[in-house]
Every structure is written in structure tokens, then in C-alpha cells.
Design a protein. Structure first.
Length: 115
């Protein structure tokens, strides 16, 4: 079992930046593929970015260049740096850990982009 705790969400003006963090409870964090997903009201949950244990990264095409995912295996933490935020980025952002058939989710953190 892996517990994931997201932090860093909040209210930001358009054009601003936020950095989300996801701390994992598991000491073998490095073997997990970690991802960030988001879900806007009335929408399905969608992939934002994913990083494997080996550091291979993929992003949603629409977010490339504005969002950056990274991980610190020593701190069992994955980050999502979000720049040039737009109102349409408003959503609950969820952290996901995956290894084999096991998949774990955090409780989510709200990001609101509004003036």
C-alpha cells in the first residue's frame, strides 16, 4: 500500500505559476511510475504528465512547454511545476503511483486560475 499526499494547490492569477508536490509513504518509491492527472468539473480525469522510475517522461500534448514533472527519489516526492497558467487549467490535480497492476491515488489538490 502507498499513501500519497499532494500539496501546493491554491488560487493563482492567469499567467502565474504553482508547484505541486506529492509525497509518497513507500520507501521503494523509485520503482514506481508516478503521474499527475487532473479533473475539471463535469470532465473526465485526464493525464497531465507521467515519469517512470528510470526518468522517462511523457506529457499531455496540450501542456508541453508549460508544465514540468520531476521526481526526487531520495525524498519520495514527485513535483509538477506549472507555468503560464490559464483559467482552463483549473481542476483538482491528483497524484498517481503505479507499479505492475497496482495503482494508488492521492486525495487531490485544487488549483484555481482566476483573476
Amino acid at each position: 500500500q502507498v499513501q500519497l499526499v499532494e500539496s501546493g494547490g491554491g488560487l493563482v492569477q492567469p499567467g502565474g505559476s504553482l508547484r505541486l508536490s506529492c509525497a509518497a509513504s513507500r520507501s521503494l518509491f523509485s520503482i514506481y511510475s508516478m503521474g499527475w492527472y487532473r479533473q475539471a468539473p463535469g470532465e473526465e480525469r485526464e493525464l497531465v504528465a507521467r515519469i517512470t522510475g528510470g526518468g522517462i517522461i511523457n506529457y499531455a500534448d496540450s501542456l508541453k512547454g508549460r508544465f514540468t514533472i520531476s521526481r526526487d527519489n531520495g525524498k519520495n516526492t514527485v513535483y509538477l511545476q506549472m507555468n503560464s497558467l490559464k483559467p482552463e487549467d483549473t481542476a483538482v490535480y491528483y497524484c498517481n503511483a503505479r507499479q505492475g497492476s497496482a495503482s494508488y491515488w492521492g486525495q487531490g489538490t485544487q488549483v484555481t486560475v482566476s483573476s
